[in-house]
Design a protein around this ligand. Structure first.
Ligand code: MN
Ligand code: MN
Length: 269
């Protein structure tokens, strides 16, 4: 059996950010952490990049911070899927998830989504922008691209977003008394979306909207490890290198990338 192949695709864009710019600078920072001799290419379950699965770096898409970027993202993701690879997208701000999931659903049909974030990103409009990084999951649910959306790490739910969650049937796992086994194990095809601000700012300081009281890295890994469905694509978004401290958040993003790939490789077997 051929080894699972992942395509690493950078999305250097932050035009739909609402407060700070900076996530457009994230892809090279994550790549530098991933390939740095500071660490190695082993995953926690013993799989190794290059041995148990292949990780091909396809570079960054030539985004221009124009509305045409959405089509570039859809085309790039579609090409990766058509090649039989599992695309791993490096944001960019969280707005990128909508065109990514459009492309994934065009290939696989509606997906289940496991979404880590401090924020539900369900605004109908944020500051008048329907494509805001605060809105991608409203667009995804309206378009019928997901059969189930489970959100983990949410700790900023206001009235509007609570109404939106009810309207779309979004499942928000309570953070009070959180344990990893309180997160449902989803059927596939499974899409993973990791906004780094879902993790506590003590571990992930390099984000635009730090929110105390977040998940630990260990909890995120425990939630991921319980998932058994085929993973068809994933994103890691919202790293803001301008606010990072000694590259800690970039190093965390690179670790999560390895672990997501290891999970997807395991679940394909
Ligand atoms: Mn987000
Ligand atoms: Mn967030």
């Amino acid at each position: 059996m051929t080894k699972p192949t992942f395509h690493l695709i950078g999305l250097p864009t932050d035009r739909n950010s609402s407060f700070e710019r900076g996530p457009a600078l994230a892809p090279p920072a994550i790549r530098a952490a991933l390939w740095s001799d500071r660490g190695n290419l082993a995953c926690e379950d013993g799989q190794e990049i290059g041995h148990d699965f292949l990780l091909e770096d396809r570079g960054d898409l030539p985004l221009t911070e124009a509305p045409t970027d959405d089509a570039l993202i859809r085309t790039g993701v579609a090409a990766s899927l058509a090649a039989g690879a599992i695309p791993l997208l490096l944001g960019g701000d969280h707005a990128v998830t909508f065109p990514i999931v459009e492309a994934v659903a065009a290939q696989h049909g509606p997906v289940t989504i496991l979404h880590f974030d401090a924020h539900p990103d369900l605004y109908d409009l944020f500051e008048g922008n329907p494509r805001s990084h605060a809105s991608p999951f409203a667009r995804i649910m309206e378009a019928g691209l997901a059969t189930r959306l489970v959100q983990v790490g949410i700790r900023t739910l206001n009235r509007h977003c609570r109404e939106q969650a009810e309207r779309f049937g979004v499942e928000i796992v309570p953070l009070a008394d959180f344990t990893p086994d309180s997160v449902p194990v989803l059927a596939g095809p499974l899409y993973l979306s990791i906004d780094l601000d879902g993790i506590d700012p003590s571990e992930a300081p390099g984000v635009s909207h730090p929110e105390p009281g977040g998940l630990t890295t260990r909890e995120v890994l425990a939630v991921l490890r319980r998932q058994t469905a085929p993973v068809v694509a994933a994103d890691i978004v919202e790293l803001n290198p301008r606010f990072d401290a000694h590259d800690r958040t970039a190093i965390l993003a690179a670790k999560l990338l390895r672990e997501v790939a290891a999970l997807a490789a395991r679940n394909r077997r």
